[in-house]
Design a protein around this ligand. Structure first.
Ligand code: NAP
Length: 323
């Protein structure tokens, strides 16, 4: 790889861990700063991945961490605010110190993970507007000093995701009806392995400089269709109760005040925008096929036999390569 010595911000998260392994397997030295390194020991099994304890929101620490690196990849992001102003801190202000850390260390290459629908002016939620503003900031600076490429994925699925796993965990306990907010929202979920491959392939690709790529999977589903696929795969004893707009909003208003913030009003607003790509070639991995294999993860004997048969027929190991 041309960019050999990479600092991966957000490398301790769901997508970040996959990306760290993928970069390291291609020969990069990968430094992953994070707040609680003891929680991410799984990264240490790779000799080319280094995990360091740091607070990257501290601009001086960030500058020191970037010293001697050829490229920066930024995945840091949050889906909801714990305190008012968190989106601004993490998605916008952090980007400003990231740019100055790159300038001070003469780093010329930066990849950034944004989100599909991110739009500073007209994003439907604070999450989407703040992601859009951060991305715009990077591309503005990028015209002068940095070669920036950003990615806007739809919802990402994979072994440790917070989407399919979270629904599956709740549905497994549910009996009767499952009240689902925003059931008609359209999503084109993309497999984490596909997204990570796009990012790694792009790192040394000069034609990608200053570009923004939307990244989607091959199928478009409504949220209700996805939940129904999960129910079937894990053999849950419930049916979807689709909520209308007013009840969806009410559910968000209630749940955002409970511990864990399963669903917030800002999430509800994000779901008002369809999460689908209009003009890009979709990534190959099918969510439908992935969910069918979920039964195995949830000890569902009915699907285990089918899954084994499927793997034997297709020699399909793609889902077992995740760390
Ligand atoms: N997953 C999706 O479906 C999806 C879809 C579209 C876009 N994205 C974007 O992709 C990126 C990664 O998503 P993900 O699903 O991998 O998220 P994740 O698992 O929640 O990981 C988020 C990462 O950001 C770090 N982080 C968050 N707040 C921080 C803070 N205040 N200070 C320092 N580090 C902080 C976390 O570090 P700790 O380990 O220390 O908490 C973690 O490494 C995000 O920017 C997200 O907006 C995700």
């Amino acid at each position: 790889m041309l960019h050999h010595n990479v600092i991966l911000l957000g490398g301790s998260g769901f997508i970040g861990k996959q990306l760290a392994f993928s970069l390291a397997n291609r020969g990069c030295q990968v430094t992953v700063p994070c707040r609680r390194p003891h929680r991410h020991r799984s990264l240490l099994v790779h000799p080319r991945i280094r995990v360091v304890e740091a607070n990257v929101l501290d601009s001086e620490q960030l500058k020191r961490l970037c010293r001697g690196k050829d490229a920066v990849i930024n995945l840091i992001g949050i889906l909801h605010e714990r305190n008012k102003g968190d989106f601004r801190t993490v998605h916008i202000n952090f980007i400003k110190s990231l740019v100055s850390a790159c300038t001070d260390n003469s780093i010329k290459r930066l990849l950034h993970l944004s989100a599909l629908g991110a739009d500073q002016a007209s994003g439907s939620s604070l999450y989407l507007r703040s992601k859009g503003e951060g991305e715009n900031l990077l591309h503005t600076f990028g015209q002068k000093d940095l070669e920036v490429t950003s990615f806007q994925p739809s919802v990402v699925f994979g072994k440790h995701d917070q989407f399919i796993n979270r629904f599956a965990g709740i549905l497994k306990l549910c009996i009767g009806f499952f009240p689902l907010a925003c059931p008609g929202s359209k999503i084109a979920p993309v497999y984490v392995g596909d997204l990570v491959k796009c990012m790694v392939d792009t790192l040394d690709d000069r034609s990608s400089h200053s570009k923004r790529y939307t990244v989607c999977g091959p199928e478009v589903f409504t949220l209700q269709q996805i939940v129904e696929l999960i129910i079937e795969a894990i053999n849950a004893h419930c049916r979807v109760l689709p909520l209308g707009n007013a009840l969806s909003k009410l559910q968000a208003a209630v749940l955002q005040n409970l511990p864990g913030k399963l669903f917030t009003l800002d999430n509800y607003r994000s779901l008002q925008t369809d999460n689908v790509c209009t003009d890009t070639e979709p990534c190959p991995t099918s969510l439908r096929q992935y969910i069918q294999n979920l039964g195995v993860l949830f000890n569902n004997k009915k699907h285990y036999a089918e899954f084994r048969q499927h793997c034997a027929n297709n020699r399909d190991t793609s889902f077992s390569q995740e760390p």
